[in-house]
Design a protein around this ligand. Structure first.
Ligand SMILES: [Ca+2]
Length: 187
């Protein structure tokens, strides 16, 4: 048994440090990459960080939505979403939502008021949000941006990344594989 615990420990440490990273990445360089839009949001072929991006607003003074409801985190835990944000012009506001059931119900992740959004005026910044445990190993994660930009103002979004680390069950399977190798060597 000691070999099993050793193997589990080694794999867990290696997985947690070396294999954490992007599960899905969306740079919008050549299109929406499966994301849906409604309201005043449009895909733009330039102006992003870099290249293509998604933009809300500009002389529209209404609300736009950018959303995806079928992001899979199967096999991963510690799920987080990060994205690049830039604003321009006057007042803007944005609320982000996550879904654990393919868009059936939405939960507020963050609400960014005018003051928060002004911190991203005319320069790209990055924000990230950690999802709750229900997002682990889930084939139907949803993420939604709700953007409001006053007339003549814009909200730019780029580089949405869903990240995580391999779930424990995956690590244990890898450890059992190592244990099997140890036994073959002994016998
Ligand atoms: Ca881009």
């Amino acid at each position: 048994m000691s070999r099993l615990f050793l193997a589990v420990g080694v794999v867990a440490v290696v997985s947690g440090s070396a294999f954490a990273g992007a599960i899905q990445s969306y740079n919008y360089d050549t299109g929406l990459q499966g994301w849906g839009i409604s309201g005043t949001i449009d895909w733009m072929s330039s102006g992003g960080n870099p290249d293509g991006m998604v933009e809300d607003g500009y002389y529209k003074n209404h609300t736009g939505y950018l959303y995806k409801e079928d992001i899979s985190t199967t096999g991963y835990t510690n799920i987080a979403v990060s994205y690049d944000l830039k604003t321009a012009g006057g007042d803007t506001e944005m609320t982000t939502y996550y879904s654990l059931d393919g868009g059936g119900s939405w939960n507020t992740a963050e609400t960014l008021g005018v003051g928060d959004m002004n911190g991203y005026k005319n320069t790209w910044g990055n924000r990230s949000y950690s999802l709750p445990g229900g997002a682990n190993n889930n084939s139907a994660i949803g993420w939604k941006f709700e953007c409001w930009a006053s007339s003549g103002s814009t909200i730019d979004l780029d580089n949405v990344v869903v990240s995580g680390i391999p779930e424990p069950a995956t690590m244990v399977l890898m450890a059992l594989g190592l244990l099997g190798l140890c036994r073959r060597r002994v016998s």
